[in-house]
Design a protein around this ligand. Sequence first.
Ligand SMILES: Nc1ncnc2c1ncn2[C@@H]1O[C@H](COP(=O)(O)OP(=O)(O)OP(=O)(O)O)[C@@H](O)[C@H]1O
Length: 250
Amino acid sequence: MMDASILDFKNVSLILPSGKTVLDRVNLNLENHQSMTIIGHNGAGKSSLLKLIVGDKFCTEGELHILGHSLKQQTEKKSIQKMRSEIGFIHQGLHLVGRKNAIENVLMGRLPHNQSIKTWFGIFNSSDYDMAYEALKEVKMSDKALMRADKLSGGERQKVAIARALAQSPKILLADEPTAALDPKAASEVAELLRQLVENKKLSLITVVHSLDLINKLSHRVVIMKQGQILFDGDRQNISPTEVNEFYNT
Ligand SMILES: Nc1ncnc2c1ncn2[C@@H]1O[C@H](COP(=O)(O)OP(=O)(O)OP(=O)(O)O)[C@@H](O)[C@H]1O
C-alpha cells in the first residue's frame, strides 16, 4: 500500500459456515495516528471486527490490509506474527496472570519481539525489564511493580494491562471494552489515561465501547455498527446524543 493507511477494509464480509453473516460489506479506513471508537448493540459484530484486525479470523469476502499486510486465510503465519507484534491488544475482562506480579505481566508484552527460548521460562534481558518498567511508569503504576496482579484493584489491573500493550511498542492499540469491569470513577480514569497515552505517543487507538459517555473521552471519530454493517462513520460532533440514543433504542 502506498498511502498512509494502517487499516483498510474494502467490502469485507465474514460469513460463517452456518451461513450467518457476521460482517456485511464493511468499508473502513484508518490513517496513521488516527483513532476511532466503535459502538453497537450486542452481536453487532464489533468483536469479530477486532478479530479480523489481529488475524484471529479471516474475511470470507473483500480485501483487508493491516499495517501493509494483506490478511487472508492464505497469508503466511510469519507475516501475521510480524503484524501482531505491532498491535497491542487490551482485552475485555482483564486477562492478567493473578499469581504473577505487575512487571512480570507487563513483560509478556515483550514476547512477540523476543523469540529467545529463555523468555518462555520467564527469563528476560535487562532491556526488556527497562521497557516494562518504563511502561508501568507511563500508567503511573511503577510503585506497584512487584505486587501480585490478584492483589491489585480492577482499575490498577486494567492499567497494568495497558502497560503490557505499551511494552510491545505497538503502532496500533486495540481495546475491547477496556473499562467494562470498572466502577464509573475508575472507568473515567482509565479512559483519560488511554487518551493521554495515545496523544503523547502518537499511537492509533481502536476502542470498542458500550457506555456512551466514554465516546467523548476516547476519540473524535465514532463508528456505529448494527447487524454486521456500519451505520455511521464520522466525527462525534456530526451526530447528536439524541440520535445515538435513538440508534440504541431501535
Ligand atoms: N464462531 C461463531 N459461531 C457462531 N456465531 C458467531 C461466531 N462468532 C460470532 N458469532 C455471532 O456473530 C455475531 C457478532 O458477534 P460479535 O461477538 O462480533 O458481536 P459484538 O458486537 O462484539 O457483541 P458484544 O457486544 O455482545 O460483545 C453474534 O450474533 C455472534 O453470536
